[in-house]
Design a protein around this ligand. Structure first.
Ligand code: GLC
Ligand code: GLC
Length: 808
């Protein structure tokens, strides 16, 4: 069952009923101001930091799930309804939500009156613009009252939900013209305020929530719009809101636009006031003036379109399967940009008050956007590297505003440092910019302790080598990629962190996954060492990788698959000797991706085990059998009910590793099958099972051990976005930047018969025609009519257009 459809030409997902199984959201903003918006107008916005500069309030764990947001109540001759359906939920004759690239449009129609709201954050502004377009399609004049409503958050979203004894006495607003200004704490230490204005003279306004709602009422039935009269209330403490009442009279066929601006403004401390006690409104007025008419909104929308077309033009494809095209062209890179902008901070599963940026998460996210925004990727790499410790280890998280490591979580996740190498490798392969390796970067943000970026990478690499366990495999520390495999932790107290509680500092627990990752990263490391002119590190890297692969062969192989780990006691994890958790996906994917076992057949056997033991119609589960009871010696992984999250859920981040691994064996059919099982566009047709947005990847789909098997959770901010992009673009389509050229080595399923890809790289454009004859023979590549030996297309000069033809 579908709840909408893709409009590929417009690059929109069109939702045709407000009653989706969960709020289906989109993101507004690409720079400093962001909004989350659901298909019924729910959500909130913030400036830069979702916790500390939250403009509007949102109730996680609310009921209904998605109450509030940006509301427009229409009182049409006594009948009150919302174009977004919610929160009033009066039946509509027509409803449609279009989530597009950086904007959302929601339209409702009732009794011949249509209301269409366009929501966007124009480039270069710190504001959401809401344009309400009313059209009278009936044969009679309509007198419509529009009541807007947003509820302010008292800035710090965590404090806002907890510190009522203080906060309920703080709220302050000013009203000037058609704008409500939220000035709470502006009298003291804040130099910023929020505002909500409209480009029409209001008949009234409200700024006090309780006056607007009336006693005991919720969002679905506030008194003011039902009574048809604003109360001109003035908030003083309690809960400040902004609501305008605008009277609209429409002749038959007539249409009118109202432009609302929900913005954020800052003043220099010495220019805070325009009169004693009166906030300086100049920056707000400038922004309101910019959107005084509807044409400015059209212009902003065109600007956004050009911005996104420019970015996503980096890689474009056309094939006979529109589901592939829409993932590759639009939704997957779009999601990757959202993970770039938001990391893991704010979604409908991340509350925006929690964790900072993850070291490994940010490094992996980069793999999905480095080709889109290489300059910003460069900065990101340097920021991340600056949080590294001098011994090569890393803080697990850092705070985006201060860019400092997070002491609460600390370090000791021993895979972290290696991801920095993969990120730097991806950047240099994409851009050819070796100069980044020479950049001076501090350790732990200490300006007195600095080294080149290459030296940081060297220490990352050597950190693994200096932290090997009894079998010559890397020590796992607090956890590796699987945050929940906590082999040194032994937590038995409810509520404490599984990761940072370490009551046994062991040097026995080893990770085969990190061993695979080390070999995988070594390919980038040796390439980077060559680029940096360090021949000794090239050699050392290659021989260390060979030794690690040998250690995996000797101690990391369980007979038919790669072992997962050795625990604190030296017992095997992910072995046929285990009662549960016998086979894990991570080492199979990562070791084969790294090339381990390709020559001796173990790679194929490992992947055949994945096929036999982990494959399900909804994707590959993390391990089998699922754990049915808590094991302190394994940690959080066994805390989840079977089939959810790290306990044998379909963790979408790991599936593309197996996809890539399958392409290493040339098994394109299987690779594609695995990818398509979790790719949202392919899951659209059973949205009632999947339940989340059919246009973005989710972190997890419940595995077959779970009662709600097939149901997705945690959409948008997940490493699944980047890795699936790498899998489909670089390994199924097979187009990937390498050190000396663009590799064009497709590994396609038979049904993708003809594929055209345009890829920009290092300033040149490659027009790649892939003809898939399905013969299984090695690809034949011609470049500008000349047959190549192999599949590596040499980089062309910037500005060049290169015609590539591949026969597979
Ligand atoms: C989450 C974390 C990520 C971790 C994964 C598996 O996605 O953000 O860092 O690798 O879970 O535990
Ligand atoms: C990751 C995992 C999650 C776990 C968390 C702990 O996000 O996905 O299951 O609770 O790490 O830090």
């Amino acid at each position: 069952m579908r709840f909408g459809h893709f409009d590929d030409a417009a690059r929109e997902y069109v939702i045709s009923t407000p009653e989706t199984p969960h709020p289906w959201i989109n993101y507004l903003g690409a720079e400093e101001f962001f909004g989350l918006i659901s298909h019924t107008g729910g959500g909130y916005c913030f400036h830069r930091d979702a916790r500390l500069r939250r403009l509007t309030r949102y109730r996680y764990n609310g009921l209904p799930t998605d109450g509030g947001g940006r509301c427009f109540y229409l009182n049409d001759g006594g009948e009150v309804w919302c174009p977004t359906w919610a929160p009033v939920r009066a039946p509509l004759d027509r409803y449609e939500c279009r989530h597009g690239l950086g904007y959302t449009m929601i339209a409702g129609e009732r009794d011949g009156l249509t209301a269409e709201i366009l929501y966007l954050v124009p480039l270069g502004t710190n504001a959401e613009v809401h344009r309400l377009r009313l059209r009278n399609r009936s044969g009679r004049r309509r007198e419509v009252q529009v009541f807007s409503l947003i509820e302010f958050c008292l800035w710090d979203a965590l404090d806002d939900q907890t510190n009522y004894q203080r906060n309920l006495s703080l709220g302050e607003v000013e009203v000037a013209g058609s704008t409500v200004y939220h000035v709470t704490e502006y009298r003291e230490r804040r130099n910023h305020y929020a505002f909500y204005g409209v480009n029409a003279p209001p008949a009234g306004y409200d700024t006090d929530r309780d006056a607007f709602f009336g006693p005991g009422r919720g969002w679905d039935h506030p008194e003011v719009p039902f009574a048809g009269a604003a109360r001109n209330s003035r908030a003083s403490g309690w809960a400040p809101i902004a609501s305008h009442q605008v009277e609209v009279s429409l002749a038959p066929g007539q249409e009118t636009d109202l432009v609302f601006v929900l913005g954020y403004a800052e003043n220099p401390p010495e220019e805070k006031w325009e009169a004693p006690g009166v906030a300086n409104k100049a920056p707000a007025r400038a922004l309101l003036a910019r959107f005084a008419d509807s044409a400015a909104v059209d212009e902003a929308r065109a600007g956004l379109k050009a911005y996104w077309e420019g970015l996503l033009g980096t890689c474009r494809m056309r094939s006979n399967d529109p589901r592939v095209d829409r993932m590759v062209n639009t939704w997957n890179p779009y999601q990757c940009m959202v993970t770039f902008n938001l990391s893991r901070s704010a979604s409908y599963f991340e509350s925006g008050i929690g964790r900072g940026m993850g070291f490994r998460d940010s490094c992996q996210d980069l793999l999905g956007f480095v080709h889109l925004v290489p300059k910003r990727a460069r900065e990101r790499i340097l920021d991340i590297a600056a949080t590294q410790f001098p011994d090569g280890s890393a803080y697990h998280q850092y705070q985006p505003l201060t860019k400092r490591g997070n002491h609460d979580v600390g370090s000791g996740f021993n895979d972290d440092p290696l991801w920095l190498i993969t990120a730097a490798g991806a950047y240099v392969r994409e851009t050819g910019d070796h100069s980044i390796l020479e950049e001076t970067v501090p350790f732990d943000n200490d300006p007195n302790d600095t080294a080149t970026l290459f030296e940081h990478l060297r220490r990352s690499f050597h950190f693994t080598l200096e932290n090997l366990g009894p079998h010559g495999l890397p020590l796992i520390g607090r956890a590796d990629w699987n945050d929940c495999l906590n082999l040194n932790c032994f937590s038995t107290t409810p509520g404490e962190s599984f990761q940072t509680t370490q009551n046994r500092a062991g040097r026995t627990a080893e990770s085969v996954f990190i061993a695979g990752l080390f070999v995988h990263a070594a390919a980038d490391y040796t390439g980077l060492a060559r680029a940096a002119g360090k021949p000794e590190e090239v050699e050392l890297g290659a021989s260390a990788a060979a030794r690690m692969a040998a250690a995996v062969a000797d101690h990391g192989w369980d007979g038919e698959w790669f072992l997962r780990a050795y625990d604190y006691f030296g017992d095997k994890v992910g072995s046929r000797e285990c009662a549960q958790g016998q086979v894990f996906i991570e080492p199979q994917g990562m070791c084969v991706m790294a090339g381990i076992g390709l020559a001796d057949g173990r790679a194929a056997r490992a992947l055949d085990t994945v096929r036999a033991r982990l494959d399900t119609p909804h994707g590959l589960v993390l391990h089998q059998p699922a754990y049915t009871r808590y094991h302190p010696e394994l940690g959080e992984i066994t805390s989840y009910p079977p089939g959810y999250k790290e306990n044998a859920g379909v963790f979408c981040h790991t599936n593309p590793w197996v996809v890539i691994a399958e392409t290493r064996l040339g098994r394109g059919e299987r690779a594609f099958e695995y990818w398509s099982k979790i790719a949202p566009a392919f899951r659209e047709e059973f949205s009632e099972v999947h339940r989340l947005e059919p246009y973005v990847y989710a972190q997890m789909i419940a595995g077959r051990d779970a009662p709600r098997y097939g149901e997705a959770k945690n959409s948008w901010l997940t490493g699944s976005a980047a890795w699936n992009l790498v899998a489909i673009n670089q390994h199924i389509l097979g187009i990937r930047p390498e050190w000396e050229g663009l590799r064009v080595a497709p590994c396609l399923p038979a049904h993708l018969a003809e594929v055209e890809v345009e890829r920009r790289c290092r300033g040149a454009a490659y027009r790649i025609d892939i003809v898939n004859c399905g013969t299984g023979a090695a690809p034949q590549v011609t470049v500008d009519g000349h047959l190549l030996e192999g599949t590596l297309v040499p980089y062309a000069a910037p500005g060049a257009v290169v015609a590539v033809r591949v026969e597979v």
